[in-house]
Design a binder for this molecule. Sequence first.
Ligand code: RFL
Ligand code: PHB
Length: 394
Amino acid sequence: MDTVRTQVAIIGAGPAGMLLSHLLAAEGVESVVVETRSQEYVASRIRAGILEQSTVDLLHGCGLGERLAREGDRHRGIYLQWPGERHHLDFVDLTGRSVWVYGQTEVQKDLVEARRAGGQVIHYEVEDTALHDLETDSPAVTFTDSGGVARRVVADAVAGCDGSFGPSRGAVPDDVRRTWEKVYPYSWFGILADVAPSTDELIYAWHPDGFALHSMRSAHVSRFYLQVPNDTEADDWSDDRIWEALAARLGHGQDGWTLTPGPVTDRSVLPMRSHVSTPMRHGRLFLAGDAAHIVPPTGAKGLNLAVADVALLAPALAALVLKDDHRPADDYSDTALRRVWRCTHFSWWMTTMLHQSGDPFERELQLSQLRWVASSEAGATGLAENYAGLPIGF
Ligand code: RFL
Ligand code: PHB
């Protein structure tokens, strides 16, 4: 077996793993990244679209903000609507903070380019990733590389950034690990369309037929989501049916607003669940991003939470491996989990406020809550503060 030594072995080259390797390099810490998929596959996965203020500040602070500043679209807030009413919540007026439309695909490309320029070692298309000796000072990761060579990376610490299906979470022993899970009784049907957005800011729409969201990726590409039953297949819906549902739920014709349809270029069904796994550290293993927690996408928090985790983790690992200072690493799990639970609550709150559950009592509560959020400065500020993102380290 081919063995190398590094300071941090990172499992997963998604946003959490790649940003961690970038932040560690800036602290003078060497890492090796291993990833099951190809570079192209990881870079083209269509996922999140909204960056909160603290994510944007962090990306600028670590030299990753150049294209974001040029091509990202700063939004002051969102529209919240239900039949007959559309309200703009202005996050800048309410909290002094904003959000940016800049897709995860673009963040990933910027990370790949920065790490390529930095000479980062990344093994793509690996198989049989396994974690070893996590309760010692020399934990290791083994895998078979794309050429069939068995490799072992021995490190001072292992970062599990391998998403919801990777092996890291399961490497925390059952007698220490605790998990919380909520599966929602509906899914999102997401489509990407080659058409200019019909709105200047995102529209979150409550509707008796089910929730709808109008988002965007650029001046020419729009992103939409529809609440659908859990067993829906992406091919169940014709393009006509998609556009009819979006027009009805988003309020085409209401106060002169129109929805412009266009060619659908991508479609997928996304189940909705909340999941938290604790602790986020066991011995020399540290979990970050979707490896430790999943939120339903209604609060646009998944990617932002992954960024917040590694913003805490990078200096903690640097202190551990460069100065033998264990304090920040010892605090990592508790500190990260405070934000994780805040975002888990916010994502659950947005989800349950906006989706049809079929319960008429809940429906009246939802409408009452929406009216309060849209008409009270206190209500609107609560949503804005969470959506635009609490400061890193909250
Ligand atoms: P990722 O992006 O899943 O990256 C984890 C990486 O680990 C690799 N991996 C392994 N590598 C080596 N060995 C193994 N055994 C491995 N097993 C797995 C995987 O191939 C992958 O490349 O997690 P990370 O970095 O924590 O980033 C988190 C974000 O990607 C995630 O929170 C968001 O994309 C969630 N999410 C969304 N969030 C939003 O805020 N808004 C959205 O609109 C939104 N849409 C989505 C989403 C997540 C989706 N998934 C996971 C199905 C849409 C989808 C479809
Ligand atoms: C997206 O553009 O993909 C997006 C935006 C806001 C959300 C979820 C997804 O809450």
